[in-house]
Design a protein around this ligand. Structure first.
Ligand code: ZN
Length: 180
């Protein structure tokens, strides 16, 4: 599978985002926002975060992983190559590679990461989301701290049975402290 980031928020998108945030405060000036403002905006998850655009192509993602991603439906459009023309559709394997393009906003990308980066997610789907995160952060590392599993965001795994990631993470921190 290959991940291609076709679009990610440009400087123009970010200045539009700042403009929209300022409108709510009675100002109408255009400017390029600072990194600290960008971080505050992402962390706050205020509505302008829903105006920051991404177009992400998954070339040759396993079919079942694509099906998992399609379950996310708010703030995202999915474009998946149809298998309808295949004369023997029933013979198509569940792990057959498909091309899947997602057009989504930053808030939706954060929401998807919360569910799909959890170790309770299907391993192949989790790997796909991990690869998406790596590719997005190669374009702009500012997103790294905000694309995290729910367990990190909520201070513990809230799946029916814990994935254990958060507990291991706490143990690591405790070990570091005792190592001095
Ligand atoms: Zn978890």
């Amino acid at each position: 599978m290959e991940i291609e980031i076709i679009r990610y928020p440009s400087e123009e998108d970010w200045s539009r985002c700042l403009f929209l945030a300022r409108i709510t405060q009675g100002s109408e000036k255009f400017a390029i926002p600072s990194e600290s403002w960008r971080r505050k905006l992402i962390a706050s998850e205020h509505s302008p975060a829903r105006t920051l655009p991404f177009t992400i192509a998954l070339w040759g993602v396993p079919y079942f992983a694509s099906v998992h991603l399609v379950r996310h439906k708010f703030g995202v459009e999915h474009y998946v190559k149809s298998q309808r023309s295949n004369p023997d559709r029933a013979a198509v394997r569940q792990d057959a590679p498909v091309n899947h393009v997602m057009d989504l906003n930053l808030q939706t990308l954060i929401n998807m990461a919360r569910k799909r980066l959890c170790f309770k997610a299907d391993p192949a789907t989790r790997k796909t989301m991990e690869d998406v995160k790596t590719a997005v952060c190669a374009c702009d590392p500012i997103y790294r701290d905000y694309l995290v599993p729910d367990c990190v965001y909520r201070g513990g795994c809230h799946e029916f049975t814990s994935c254990g990631y958060y507990e291991r993470w706490l143990e690591k921190i405790a070990e570091k402290r005792t190592d001095g």
